[in-house]
Every structure is written in structure tokens, then in C-alpha cells.
Design a protein around this ligand. Structure first.
Ligand code: PMP
Length: 396
């Protein structure tokens, strides 16, 4: 028995990839040419798997703000928000996020993972019950486990199953926290948020929504799917990330509840880690303003998403139920999925290869995330590369 025996399944996948000579999980971006093009592991590619939904990573104003902040405030804060790591800009971003969402307050975290993990692990405790969608992100699962609360999963996007479980809990007198996402990260499918909010109201539960893949992309003001669905007053907590539509790193939680300010002082994922660097906060503040002021970026993103989704569907790929900024094709056979990923790289298109257990089913995914910065020609090149995929990998 060795400490490392448990890593055997990982070793087997790595050996298989080595045998095939592909490195989907070790791909190195050697040079970035723009928000949508780069040199990855020696291939000049269109970046079609970056979550850079609004294409803001190279926005001149964001870059300039980051540059100025690094020059004037330094490269890092070197400390926790509760010690030396709260600068005026962190507090300003929290005010701006609260205002953007029309909420009372906001907490900024160092990553989206820490925001989701920190909030779910702190809001619920032993004696409470968390009802979570079975396809929830790893950060949600990790937080829920850490909370010590009783964990009950309901079937993905199934409001009837959620209700069945809420009914069973009735009378127990426990606090119930429901956790769902807006758009789900792997297939781009949407939660039935209106039905979930109605159940939350009926059963007197609390509701936390992770808008990582919908903030900036949905809603008239870009607040996300909660705004689009018109259930803002039913949602107790919205969490999200800066690493997708806002083009940096970091995460947040916003809430109407005054108690969020207490949660701040109890959240270990907030307290025991260094706060985001000044450059990160500076570019995020500008990006948030752009989300507010440039709705045309959202329109461009959705035009691109619709084009890619329709095109892949017409080619016969098994994509998600609706067009979305995440467009993922399901491939059942693992070797075939690896071969397809490699062929796409050779044809100048970089997508995410996702394998179980990171996928919702036992299948693999060739996952694209669309950007407002993609040109129509780039979307068509991506479609062309998918259309040319060969079923055998003889010609790799
Ligand atoms: N929640 C969801 C739904 C996500 O998809 C992700 C990132 N993939 C996160 C949280 C974590 O965000 P970050 O990568 O910014 O830490």
C-alpha cells in the first residue's frame, strides 16, 4: 500500500494521453496574439475555450488601469483583507458591485472558487440542510462538505425533484439553503430559476445562485440570469467570478441582506488568504463599468454563440439544449474525444477537452466558450474545423 495508490486512475489517463502523444491538460499558451488568438503548444490557434466571454482581457482601458495600479500600489497586497490587504480600491469595487447588482453589500474574494466555496461553507453549518443541484461546480461541493451541514442533492435542473426533497424536510425545523448555478459551466444549460425561486418562497428556504457563467452575459443590465428571470428579490446571495466576463481573477458575493457583513468576518476563505492584487482590482473595476456601459458586447456574444451552436447542431453534434456562451459537444468514446481534440488543435482551434469526473455524465466534452471578441470568420473557422473531424484518428 502506498500513499500514491489512489492516484492510479489519473496515472492511467496520463499514460493513455502520452501514448497518443497529446497533452490536453498540459497545453501551454506560449504567446497570446489577442483575446482570441495565440500560440498554444506550438500551434497557432483560435482560442475557443477561454471563458473570456466579453473579450476584455486585452481591452486597452482595462490593461492601462492594471498597469497604473501596479506602478502606484505595487504588484501585490501581501496580506489578508482583515489585516493589511484592504486598499481603497477593494472597498470601492465592493461598493461598485453592490450598486451594479442593486444590492446592499458585496464581498470581494481572491478567486471565484474561494467565493463559492467560502460562502457555501460558511452560510450553512451542522444542523442546517443544503439542497444542491447534482451538477454543481466542484467549488460548491467542496464548500458544502466543509460546512458540516447535511447535504441533499436534487436531480440536475429538476424543480419537481427539488420540491419532493423540500416537502420531506418540512417540519424538521432546519434552515434550508438551496444552491444552484445560472448557466451551467459544462453544457451551457440554464437552471429553471423561476420555478426554483417560487419553491424557495413557498418553503421558506434561502437561495444562493452562482452566476459565474451568466454575469455580464444575461439580463438587460448584465447582472445575469437572476436579473433576466426577474427573481432578484427572491435571491438571498449571488456569487460570481471575475475570471470570465470581467477578464481577470477574483470572485464576489452580493446580497440584499445586512448579515452579509457578518458573514465576511466568519468566512475562512476570505480571512486566511491574501487579497487580490491592485492590478487585478483595477482592471476588474473598469471591466465592470464596461459591462454596464457597453451592452452591445452582450449582443455580439449572443450572435456568436447562436452561430456556433446552430452550426454544430446542424453538423450533427450533440450540443446542449439551448444556444449559450458555452457550446459543448458530447463525445461518448474517450479515445475519440482525445483524437478530436488533437485534430482541432492541428486545424488551428483550441477548445477544452473535459473528461469524467469533471463532466455531468460519463461522456467526454469538446467544450467551446464563445467570446464577443470572436469575429464571424473565426466562428466559421471553428465550425469548419469541427466539420472536418474524422471518425478515426489515423490521420493525426
Ligand atoms: N463557479 C463556477 C460555476 C465555475 O465554473 C467556476 C470556474 N470554472 C468557479 C465557480 C470558480 O471560478 P474561478 O475559476 O474564477 O476561481
Amino acid at each position: 500500500m502506498s500513499l500514491f495508490d489512489k492516484f492510479q486512475p489519473i496515472a492511467e489517463v496520463r499514460e493513455e494521453l502520452d501514448r497518443l502523444g497529446v497533452t490536453p491538460f498540459g497545453a501551454v499558451t506560449e504567446r497570446l496574439l489577442s483575446a482570441t488568438e495565440g500560440i498554444v503548444s506550438g500551434h497557432r490557434v483560435i482560442l475557443a475555450g477561454t471563458n473570456n466571454y466579453l473579450g476584455l482581457t486585452f481591452d486597452p482601458e482595462c490593461v492601462e488601469a492594471a498597469r497604473t495600479a501596479a506602478a502606484t500600489e505595487g504588484t501585490g497586497t501581501t496580506g489578508s483583507r482583515l489585516a493589511n490587504g484592504t486598499y481603497a480600491a477593494h472597498a470601492a469595487l465592493e461598493r461598485e458591485l453592490a450598486e451594479f447588482f442593486g444590492c446592499r453589500s458585496a464581498i470581494v474574494f481572491s478567486t471565484g472558487y474561494l467565493a463559492t466555496m467560502g460562502m457555501s461553507s460558511t452560510l450553512a453549518a451542522p444542523g442546517d440542510v443544503i439542497l444542491l443541484d447534482a451538477d454543481s461546480h466542484a467549488s460548491i461541493y467542496d464548500g458544502c462538505r466543509l460546512s458540516g451541514a447535511e447535504l441533499v442533492r436534487f436531480r440536475h435542473n429538476d424543480a419537481a425533484d427539488l420540491e419532493k426533497r423540500l416537502r420531506r424536510l418540512r417540519g424538521r425545523g432546519a434552515n434550508v439553503l438551496i444552491i444552484v448555478e445560472g448557466i451551467y459551466s459544462m453544457l451551457g444549460d440554464r437552471a429553471p430559476l423561476a420555478a426554483i425561486a417560487a419553491l424557495k418562497r413557498e418553503y421558506g428556504a434561502y437561495l444562493l445562485v452562482d452566476e459565474a457563467h451568466s454575469m455580464g452575459m444575461l439580463g438587460e443590465r448584465g447582472r445575469g440570469m437572476v436579473e433576466e428571470t426577474g427573481i432578484e428579490s427572491d435571491v438571498d446571495f449571488i456569487v460570481g467570478t471575475f475570471s470570465k466576463s470581467l477578464g481577470s481573477t477574483g470572485g464576489f458575493c452580493v446580497s440584499q441582506r445586512p448579515e452579509l457583513e457578518l458573514v465576511r468576518f466568519a468566512t475562512r476563505a476570505y480571512i486566511f488568504t491574501a487579497s487580490p492584487s491592485p492590478s487585478v482590482i483595477a482592471s476588474t473595476r473598469v471591466a465592470l463599468r464596461i459591462v454596464r456601459d457597453r451592452p452591445e458586447l452582450r449582443q455580439q456574444l449572443w450572435d456568436n454563440a447562436q452561430r456556433l451552436y446552430d452550426g454544430l447542431k446542424a453538423q450533427g453534434f450533440r450540443v446542449g439544449p439551448d444556444a449559450s456562451p458555452v457550446v459543448a459537444a458530447t463525445v461518448d468514446d474517450r479515445a475519440q474525444a482525445i483524437g478530436f481534440w488533437n485534430q482541432l488543435m492541428h486545424r488551428g482551434v483550441y477548445v477544452n477537452l473535459v473528461m469524467p469526473p469533471a463532466t455531468p455524465t460519463n461522456s467526454c466534452l469538446l467544450r467551446c466558450s464563445v467570446s464577443a471578441a470572436h469575429t464571424t470568420e473565426q466562428i466559421d473557422t471553428i465550425l469548419g474545423a469541427y466539420a472536418a473531424l474524422k471518425l478515426s484518428d489515423d490521420d493525426l
